[in-house]
Design a protein around this ligand. Structure first.
Ligand code: GAR
Length: 225
């Protein structure tokens, strides 16, 4: 296949961020290595001057800031965000550390074509401060989930999870580092599955390679600590 033809079939992806963008970087690295058949059409941040915007610019990806503080309501922000995203005609929207609660109209609009990464083994520890909460709960294992986004916060069908051990010496920072290493493995993997047409949301469940997955999704055990 010619280079032009292979570029023409690439999935267009818009990535939403709020901060450091290390998961965005993992996607950029996947594209650069030729492993990830996507085109990152734009990176949109709701916070100005974050590291993720610098990462995108360095990779030559168009960036936009849509500061939620400039909007009177959550609904008004989400409507403008939808308009901004849709101008790039993405086949997939990727939330990569996008720290906003989304309105039902927004999640409905992208149902089945929007992914999120959450630093816990969902359905455990939805919401914030997941690493400290896992330690406080005495969990022996913790991890990260990639899931389809639905109206329920951190509640959509899980696609893939990576588990890591919780060590007696852990604090939230150490545990977060161990989890993030796995984030950077499983997010590109899930996006790749979607881009290859292997992954979809069917009747509120995750379908991978034509089979519906169990509640916890595809399981990856991280064997390095
Ligand atoms: C990641 O650890 C991601 O799992 C988390 O934010 C971090 C963003 O890091 N997401 C959530 O907590 C969503 N509820 P990054 O900006 O370096 O990718």
């Amino acid at each position: 296949m010619s280079q032009a033809a292979s570029q023409a079939i690439k999935l267009r992806v818009v990535v939403l961020i709020s901060g450091s963008g290390s998961n965005l970087q993992a996607l950029i690295d996947g594209v650069d290595s030729g492993d990830l058949p996507i085109e990152i059409a734009a990176v949109i941040s709701n916070r100005p001057e974050v590291m993720g915007l610098t990462r995108a610019s360095k990779a030559g990806i168009p960036t936009l800031v849509l500061d939620h503080k400039n909007f009177a309501s959550r609904e008004a922000f989400d409507i403008e965000l939808m308009r901004t995203i849709d101008a790039y005609t993405p086949g997939l929207v990727v939330l990569a550390g996008f720290m906003r609660i989304l309105t039902p109209a927004f999640t409905e609009h992208y149902l089945g074509r929007m992914l999120n990464i959450h630093p816990s083994l969902l359905p455990k520890f939805q919401g914030l401060h997941t690493h400290q909460r896992a330690i406080d709960a005495g969990e022996t294992h913790h991890g990260v989930s990639v899931h389809f986004v639905t109206a329920e916060l951190d509640g959509g069908p899980v696609i893939v999870q990576a588990r890591v051990p919780v060590l007696p010496t852990d604090d939230a920072g150490l545990l977060a580092k161990r989890v993030q290493k796995q984030e950077h493995v499983i997010y590109p993997l899930a996006v790749k599955w979607f881009a290859e047409g292997k992954l979809k949301m069917t009747n509120g469940k995750t379908e991978l390679n034509g089979e519906l997955l169990a509640e916890n999704g595809y399981q990856i055990e991280a064997n390095d600590i």
